[in-house]
Design a protein around this ligand. Structure first.
Ligand code: FAD
Length: 328
């Protein structure tokens, strides 16, 4: 049996400039399902600017939203957020805490788990409740070869869950819940000073409807320009395999796969990518997969809806030309 001192599912609802990240609605979907099994409430914690619309979290399944609002919290800053979240977890005493495995969530959750001296399972792909009411945290391990089922002995049981792993909770405008305002803890000396914010494409690639991705079949960093051209014509973004990220052909923000971004576009065009399991882990749920590869036995063709056996340096320019002439 679980520890009776702890009850409920707590979801950290990440925001940026006052806008809730969609992963929070996905966590609410799963969190609500687990809470129904445990007959327990669903809590959300939001740390963010002074004014935010939080009703949506209640429509999507939260019973209580704890809101730490202050304009100095607008920018995600791990050390300040950590203090404020730990304070709330100690007050709420949830049995389960869920965070999105976004860049920020991946940086925040371990700090909190470490401080609370509890376990944390990163990058879960599924969550279940066992017969004793404990959380089973499921995640791929050993390069996707096994699915590990992990239980945490300590409380709260903490996990990060990948973006786009679950569908978003449905919206029910008849749901009611409480919004509880909490005074922020002002941490003056964190030793961190934010000088400027860089645009991050993590969201762009995860949200994109079209991804044109390049792998080791691309011979030089400059050659990525044909992929950019194709992506632009299709209204999409450029992705990459880890092989070319490691070669410094393109930044890691573009990496698709097990240790990169997970994408679910309408169209994924894999150019010169062999189709290693770790790459497929990030894109196999694309609605339509087109593979361009010179090797007819490349594993990518096993999951492609359309396979083009050929040299990408011939196929892509032809495609670009036809798109420009509106022939495809
Ligand atoms: P290759 O496997 O070398 O394939 C290149 C392909 O290009 C070949 O199939 C070849 O036939 C084709 N080609 C060559 N020239 C042309 C041409 N002119 N025209 C058309 N086709 C051509 N990988 C990821 O991608 N993402 C991850 O997140 C990731 N995480 C990993 C995590 C772990 C723990 C480990 C162990 C590995 C991970 N990998 C990841 C690496 C993965 O195993 C592969 O090594 C990698 O995906 C291979 O990249 P690639 O397909 O670009 O290269």
């Amino acid at each position: 049996m679980g520890d009776e001192k702890y009850t409920g599912i707590l979801i950290f609802a990440e925001q940026k400039n006052g806008i809730i990240h969609k992963v929070s609605y996905e966590l609410l979907n799963k969190g609500r399902e687990l809470a129904n099994q445990l007959m327990a409430p669903v809590y959300c914690i939001v740390v963010g600017p002074k004014s935010m619309d939080l009703q949506e979290l209640i429509y999507r399944g939260a019973d209580e939203v704890y809101y730490v609002g202050n304009d100095f919290l607008n920018l995600p800053e791990e050390l300040i957020y950590t203090e404020n979240i730990i304070n709330l977890i100690k007050r709420i005493k949830p049995e389960i805490c869920l965070f999105g495995a976004t860049s920020f969530g991946r940086s925040l959750a371990p700090r909190i788990a470490g401080n609370l001296k509890t376990g944390l399972t990163a990058d879960c792909t599924e969550l279940k409740i066992d017969e004793d009411g404990k959380l089973i945290q499921i995640r791929p391990a050993f390069s996707d070869n096994i699915l590990a089922h992990i239980k945490t002995k300590t409380y709260p049981q903490m996990a990060t869950i990948r973006y786009k792993e679950f569908s978003e909770a449905e919206r029910d405008i008849n749901r009611s819940g409480k919004i509880i305002k909490v005074d922020p803890i002002l941490v003056e000396k964190t030793g961190v000073k934010i000088l400027r914010e860089l645009e991050c494409m993590e969201n762009d690639i995860s949200e994109a409807e079209v991804v044109v991705a390049g792998g080791r079949g691309i011979k030089t960093p400059e050659d990525f320009k044909i992929l950019y051209e194709l992506a632009e014509l299709l209204g999409g973004v450029v992705g990459a395999s880890r092989a070319v990220v490691e070669e410094n052909y393109i930044s890691s923000q573009h990496q698709v796969g097990y240790s990169g971004n997970r994408v679910k576009p309408k169209l994924y065009i894999a150019c010169g990518i062999s189709g290693a399991p770790q790459h497929l882990a990030g894109m196999r749920e694309a609605e339509r997969i087109v593979a361009i590869n010179s090797d007819p036995s490349a594993p990518i063709f096993n999951i492609a809806d359309i396979g083009i056996v050929g040299d990408l340096y011939e196929v892509i320019p032809t495609l670009i030309e036809k798109l420009k002439k509106k022939e495809v």
